[in-house]
Design a binder for this molecule. Structure first.
Ligand code: ZN
Length: 199
């Protein structure tokens, strides 16, 4: 008897964040024993997403479009560019209802320990985006963690003397705090009280 398929499924599930060997086993057994229809939906959804989803050419977030709806919207202020680490953080900023500019999503942060540097983050794309002639202010809304701070510092240095202002959201966000876990009132205040870093 071969369990190759089941083992492969368990191994594949372990790519999900926070899923260790035990929970991967539980999930695999659950899917195969109790929810084969759910497993099929999951498989199809992943396959479809892999085909359809890509990065927005302007803001780098995940989208099915060449340029995402937010970037294409004429209602947004193109002189403001808010830099966030993840699409989840972008949604947090949106929920504040205090921001009407555009975004750039890093899809990560500088983290030397994980081998993630400026090159892996393709920060030259951000540089090109921020210096397109329309952007007047880059608002750094990376997390107030060591890595988020290091990322903000790197971007500030990169954008210095590029003719755009650089601001950082204020510390309504707690030290070590991740945007994802901050309530939108606090985040809105941090945005209003942002401070100038350069320019
Ligand atoms: Zn976009």
């Amino acid at each position: 008897m071969s369990n190759g398929g089941l083992d492969a499924l368990i191994e594949a599930l372990r790519c999900l964040p926070g899923v260790g060997p035990k929970s991967a086993q539980r999930m695999a057994y659950h899917l195969m024993q109790h929810d084969r229809a759910g497993a099929a939906r999951l498989g199809n959804a992943i396959q479809h997403a892999l085909q359809a989803i890509r990065h927005c050419r302007r803001c780098n977030t995940l989208t099915e479009l060449e340029i995402c709806e937010r970037c294409a919207s004429p209602k947004r202020d193109p002189s403001l560019l808010c830099v966030v680490e993840t699409p989840v953080d972008m949604n947090m900023m949106e929920q504040t209802l205090a921001y009407h500019g555009l975004y750039y999503v890093l899809m990560g942060r500088i983290s030397p320990l994980d081998g993630l540097g400026a090159r892996q983050l393709e920060l030259d794309r951000l540089l090109a985006r921020a210096t397109d002639g329309q952007v007047r202010e880059v608002i750094l809304a990376t997390n107030y963690t060591n890595e988020g701070e290091a990322t903000a510092h790197y971007i500030t240095t990169m954008l210095k003397s590029q003719g755009v202002g650089v601001t950082r959201i204020a510390r309504g966000v707690p030290v070590g705090g991740e945007l994802e876990f901050v309530d939108s009132g606090t985040l809105a205040q941090a945005l209003r009280e942002r401070r100038v870093l350069a320019g």
